[in-house]
Design a protein around this ligand. Structure first.
Ligand code: NDP
Length: 244
């Protein structure tokens, strides 16, 4: 369904992002994988996607929070692949802490990566989408941005902001045939939640489906929204029911 299309995935080398990269490549998409530190993983995943699915796959280093660097990397991907058809804003960090002790830098950095990072890539891909008269954007938000989470004032604010960004962009670009949706994962087993995995019982009891999710289960939702021409402005929870 994505054969011949190009997907750019931020943070696409590990965790949920790696599953998204693999899922889109499995649907025939060429993949541009953006990483900050995971060069080896990014290159290995690209080689795997090319081998398994015969797609073009290339890794690019970029801090998504850097507006100018994002502009340069989008231009490079356009040069290398000829187009960007699907943008997945997946890169994200947490710097949890109680509000009374949260450092200004922690608030700023999480907003810069999780919210401004998505803006940066949407901003620089949009001119391409407008020229192509189409495109699909999928932003990875979080149930923390929908219901709030103690100890995550910065992260919840960033992820709630990402939902607002998703809806504004969806309305603004809909007349141009460009969709913009969000996926809101709950607790997914990745490096980000490694520390939580030990608190099994309380955590699992709060999840109606009784288990943490897998990155592939989020990737499935992303692949769906990336290929759903009549859905825009939607926030799709992939959370085992925790935020219903
Ligand atoms: P991981 O910590 O496993 O991976 C984070 C990814 O983001 C890595 O690929 C990392 O790149 C990338 N990244 C971080 N900072 C930057 C940056 N400044 N510039 C570019 N890339 C960056 O997290 P997950 O896979 O768990 O999370 C992926 C997304 O899903 C995030 O947006 C997260 O907020 C969201 N999410 C996750 C949930 C979970 O339970 N795991 C729940 C809800 C939402 P690199 O490898 O190069 O460092």
């Amino acid at each position: 369904m994505l054969k011949g299309k190009t997907a750019l995935i931020t943070g696409g080398a590990r965790g949920i992002g790696a599953a998204i990269t693999a899922a889109l490549a499995a649907q025939g998409a060429n993949v541009a994988v953006i990483y900050t530190g995971s060069q080896e993983k990014a290159e290995a995943l690209c080689a795997q996607c090319a081998q398994d699915h015969g797609v073009q796959a290339q890794a690019y280093q970029c801090d998504v929070a850097d507006f100018a660097a994002a502009k340069a990397v989008v231009a490079q991907v356009k040069k290398d692949f000829g187009a960007v058809d699907v943008l997945v804003n997946n890169a994200g960090i947490t710097q949890d802490g109680l509000l009374a002790m949260m450092k200004e830098e922690s608030f700023d950095r999480v907003l810069d990566v999780d919210l401004k990072g998505a803006f940066n890539f949407i901003r620089h891909c949009t001119p391409l989408f407008l020229r192509q008269k189409g495109g699909a954007i999928v932003n990875i938000t979080s149930v923390s941005g929908m219901i709030g989470n103690p100890g995550q004032a910065n992260y919840s604010a960033a992820k709630a902001g990402l939902i607002g960004l998703t809806k504004a962009v969806a309305k603004e670009l809909a007349p141009k045939g460009i969709t913009c949706n969000a996926v809101a994962p709950g607790f997914i087993a990745t490096d980000m939640t490694r520390d939580l995995a030990g608190q099994d019982n309380a955590l699992l009891a709060a999840i109606p489906l009784g288990r943490m999710g897998q990155p592939q289960e989020v990737a499935q939702a992303v692949a769906f929204l990336a290929t759903a021409p009549y859905i825009t402005g939607e926030v799709l929870r992939v959370d085992g029911g925790i935020a219903m």
